[in-house]
Design a protein around this ligand. Structure first.
Ligand code: SF4
Length: 970
């Protein structure tokens, strides 16, 4: 609705009211209350002061856009800055944002709590006692930066680059810090991906060379979800609203979820499958499509690498599609409805009806899996691979209502400087046993260091809390408290967390309303770019002031981008380490690059259409982004693989036996840097450019080695995994055959909609809603051990146990228990979020650790009167510490599901108590290491990893060469 329409509505309402003889009050905003504030009025928006009621006191606001940082969805926010007090009064949705379209979940507006959090870190702090003692002294930013820069420089001068590591949880930005590490010449980027999305990424990457899905939910006829996307999924609010739109248009919703989640309650088919059996169901659906000839044969003939499959697996057969169809039928004939029913626990008729429903979708089948089952099982990557198999069978790939490879629905702009490639390979992040891992084996770090594979000289954690978030947290504490293993630990964080307690420096960084970043996510078939900015700084700049982010934020809270630019300059002030060119101003050579110049250049030069759009509003591109917060780069991208390769790109072309086309024409500089696979050149050095179809056209195809959708993965086959080179069912480590009869599967990964990991404990509104994580226990299971809701139960894992309250429910499958992982935050001393952290005591004898609760949450006095009204005492139980590491041997993903025994609490067991033996956890690590098929034995070309696979901060090709030492199993 435009402002003209709104004004007309107000005029009509005025006329009606006055016709009744009453006094008309047009509303503070003078527009319809159901509408978003139109952008034209964001400089001076008027609302009533709710506290002044019944007096109609009007307050005037400046509305400043930014981006939420409370989950990965990057929804737009609008900060309401009170023009009288110059304080943020509230945050609501930004209607200009193409992904979220003005909508947020509860965590978005709760950003306000995080700004005013009385327990937040306001100044740089340096450790004043032993690590973990809780003694801190305030230091200046200059002191901290000089000390850290000096140590990094010394490590570089001594050629100890692999001792520098940056370990990030939620990046919340598109590649800025990856490029900083590359500029430093350091292979030290470490992420949380392997405890999160590595399994799903592997499934998608192996199919299409792009490691994330982008379902076009809104236009789908059938939506098939594995996990709870309507409440907490990837991308929560942007996707949830589009799923509901599709449902309103009649789409069928199929949900695999062991729990009766919010998503399951909206489903046409809720399928509480046995954990780990999801791929069996996908393959039974696939088999139905294949055996009944319901699959899209034209698409499969055109876009699958079926010829490669026939040559590799059935070399005697004629190379025809008819041969392939026959072999496809034979390959999957055992995946019957009965087989799926046996594995999943569903009944045969339900499996049949689900398969028949999928078959009706045509090319409008939107499917999505992200963490969930792919992040929970050994072989979990096959969950995503078999799910996308259905899209590939139906031809529902990059079609309206289908699922896109994400890189086509995402826009990553080219930055002012593109960095070099590091010359080392960091064994601590990329251990040799995992050549196919989808990103760093981050959660194995304490074990790899324990094995003597390296040490850390300077270790950054950023928006990352491995002590609490990762499995096996006590092993992290052992590592972090050993100064021989970790020389300096710098925690960059907006809030206190369990890892920061074991840091040498704690440096306060801004939350979603206090920092700059850009992002772009695959929320639908479009490309957009969002801009996060420090709202108080932007507000003051609108008034004509020039301010540094630290001056505008509370205390000395800063932002990472400025921190990294400053630190990089201090490491290499003269340029002799080769770093300075990457952090130097273009406008003022010899001067450091500023955050403003970085973004101004990027918006001016790298975002198609933005300069023109800005000019139309008489703004520069960065002014436009500061005013709007987001920009839609393109929409309705469609099937990129069907785009023709241009004639001028085909210089001295060569075409291989399977139609892969190579060229000597140099690659143009890409406009969009969204990550994709990068297939290698041919033997003559030509680069792959497209695929020749059977009809003779040369099209773009997919960024895979074959250029096609890889039903048969030559990569898997060549690197030791020939037995699973086509989509296959792999029995999970929690398959009933692998468990004792008295064990249950613990689902430990489910989210709740009102908290996220460790980033939202400082939001009082969210804490009041969600502050506990009881164990979901089916009625029959509760009866068998004689417990009811609220009773204490002991959950025994491979390495220890935790004590938690039971919640008896019919909303979970019998034999399966579940505990949300957002809870159980703790602190050792006074520092911490007192609204959602209990105080605990840690104790250990050798490798045997225990945690006991000494104080619950309680009311306290602060500048915020609400803290005196805290009525809850619980903060839940920290379960992740009692889990050992389970690295999947292919994807590297941590298999989160646990085989546990749930028993009635023993006498003396106390709520929240944890016990763990870290020596046992190291033994579990070694046992899983034995499952790998190391490239030392299997590498086809003497390298450590297929070069074409996506990898953050790719080192030089030389660094890919295998070391001349034996495999590192020990
Ligand atoms: S926390 Fe909610 S509002 Fe914020 S980005 Fe995620 S879904 Fe959007």
């Amino acid at each position: 609705m435009g402002i003209k329409d709104l004004n007309e509505r107000v005029s009509a309402a005025k006329a009606e009211t006055e016709a009744r003889g009453e006094t008309f009050y047009p509303g503070a905003s003078r527009v319809h209350l159901a509408a978003f504030p139109p952008k034209e009025r964001w400089d001076d928006w008027v609302e009533l002061d709710s506290r002044a009621w019944p007096e109609r006191k009007e307050r005037r606001y400046m509305l400043v856009p930014t981006t939420c940082f409370n989950c990965e969805s990057a929804c737009g926010l609008l900060a309401y800055v009170d023009k009288e007090t110059m304080q943020v009064q509230k945050l609501e949705g930004n209607p200009e944002h193409p992904g979220s379209r003005g909508r947020n979940c509860a965590k978005g507006p709760a950003t306000l709590n995080q700004i005013t959090d009385p327990d937040r870190i306001l100044h740089p702090l340096k450790r004043a006692g032993a690590r973990g003692d809780g003694k801190w002294q305030r230091v200046s930013w200059d002191q901290a930066l000089d000390d850290i820069a000096g140590r990094i420089r010394r490590l570089m001068e001594e050629k100890r680059h692999n001792e520098i590591m940056y370990h990030v949880g939620r990046p919340g930005e598109d590649g800025f810090t990856e490029r900083v590490m590359a500029a430093w010449g350091v292979d030290g980027h470490n992420s949380h991906t392997n405890i999160c999305s590595a399994g799903a990424r592997a499934g998608y990457e192996l199919w299409c060379g792009i490691d994330r899905p982008s379902p076009d939910h809104a236009n789908a006829k059938v939506i098939l979800l594995i996990s709870s996307h309507l409440e907490t999924g990837h991308y929560f609010t942007p996707h949830a609203q589009r799923i509901i739109e599709a449902k309103q248009r009649g789409a069928k919703l199929i949900v695999l979820d062991t729990r009766l989640s919010n998503t399951a309650t909206h489903a046409d088919f809720w399928l509480p499958t046995q954990p780990g059996s999801e791929a069996a169901l996908m393959l039974a659906i696939a088999n139905h499509l294949i055996q009944k000839d319901l699959y899209n044969k034209d698409f499969v003939r055109r876009w699958w690498n079926w010829q490669e499959y026939l040559v590799a697996v059935h070399p005697g057969l004629e190379l025809t599609f008819e041969s392939f169809d026959k072999m496809l039928k034979a390959e999957y004939e055992d995946y019957t409805f009965e087989f799926a029913a046996q594995e999943t626990g569903l009944d045969v008729d339900t499996v049949r009806r689900v398969a028949e429903t999928v078959a009706t979708a045509g090319t409008r089948l939107a499917t999505h899996n992200w963490r969930s089952a792919a992040a929970a099982n050994e072989g979990g990557w096959q969950v995503a691979r078999t799910l996308f198999f259905l899209n590939c069978l139906m031809g529902a790939v990059a079609t309206p209502g289908g699922t896109y490879p994400n890189a086509w629905n995402k826009f990553v702009a080219r930055p002012i400087h593109l960095p070099r490639h590091p010359e080392q390979w960091n064994e601590l992040n990329w251990p040799v046993e995992y050549p196919l891992t989808m990103y760093e084996l981050s959660f194995l770090l304490p074990h790899l260091i324990k094995q003597g594979r390296g040490r850390l000289g300077v270790y950054f954690t950023r928006v990352y809390n491995p002590v609490w978030t990762n499995p096996d947290g006590f092993s992290w504490i052992e590592m972090l408290t050993d100064e021989d293993k970790v020389g300096l630990h710098v925690a960059l964080t907006p809030t206190w967390n369990e890892t920061a307690y074991f840091a040498d420096y704690v440096l306060p960084m801004g939350n979603g309303a206090e920092r700059h970043d850009i992002h772009s996510y695959e929320t639908h078939d479009a490309q957009w770019i969002g801009f996060r900015q420090p709202v108080m700084r932007a507000a003051r700049e609108r008034l004509g002031e020039t301010v540094d982010t630290r001056e505008a934020n509370p205390g000395e809270v800063w932002e990472e981008n400025a921190f990294w630019l400053d630190l990089s300059w201090r490491i290499d002030p003269d340029g002799d380490l080769g770093i300075r060119p990457f952090v130097e101003s273009r406008a003022n050579p010899g001067e450091p690059l500023t955050v403003d110049e970085y973004y101004a250049w990027l918006f001016e030069n790298s975002v198609p259409g933005l300069p023109e759009k800005a000019a139309a509003e008489d703004l520069t591109p960065i002014e436009y982004m500061r005013r709007s917060g987001a920009f839609e780069v393109a929409r309705e991208i469609g099937a990129v693989y069907e785009q023709p390769v241009l004639e001028e790109e085909l210089e001295d072309p060569a075409i291989d036996d399977f139609g892969r086309v190579y060229t000597r024409a140099p690659a143009p500089a890409p406009v969009n840097l969204a990550p994709t696979g990068a297939p290698d050149p041919d033997a003559d050095g030509r680069r792959p450019v497209g695929i020749k179809t059977q009809e003779g056209e040369i099209l773009r195809g997919f960024p895979t080695p074959s250029g096609k959708l890889e039903f048969y993965s030559s990569t898997l086959a060549a690197w030791g995994w020939k037995d699973v080179a086509v989509p296959t069912y792999m029995k999970s480590h929690v398959h009933p055959e692998a468990m004792d009869p008295d064990q249950k599967v613990l689902i430990s990964t489910f989210r709740i909609p009102t908290q996220v990991h460790t980033r939202s404990a400082n939001a009082k509104w969210l804490d009041e809603i969600s502050h506990t994580n009881p164990l979901w226990l089916h009625t029959s299971d509760a009866e068998s051990i004689g417990v009811g809701t609220g009773d204490l139960v002991r959950v025994e894992t491979e390495i220890g146990h935790f004590v938690v309250k039971a919640w008896v429910t019919e909303g979970i499958k019998p034999g399966v228990v579940a505990c949300s992982h957002h809870m159980g935050r703790w602190k050792l001393h006074d520092h911490g979020q007192r609204q959602l952290m209990t105080t605990v005591a840690l104790d250990h004898q050798g490798s045997e650790w225990s945690m006991t609760r000494t104080k619950g949450v309680e009311p306290y006095e602060s500048d915020d009167p609400d803290t005196a009204r805290v009525w809850w005492t619980d903060a839940g139980v920290h379960q992740n510490m009692t889990f050992p590491v389970h690295p999947d041997p292919v994807s590297g993903a941590h298999a989160w599901h646990q085989a546990v025994r749930v028993v009635k609490a023993r006498p003396g067991d106390r709520y929240g108590e944890i016990s763990v033996d870290t020596e046992k956890s190291h033994q579990v690590f070694k046992a899983w290491l034995e499952k790998t098929r190391s490239p030392v034995e299997h590498s086809p070309d003497g390298t450590r990893r297929p070069h074409w696979l996506i990898r953050p901060v790719k080192p030089t090709k030389q660094a890919y060469k295998l070391p001349a030492r034996s495999a590192m199993k020990s």
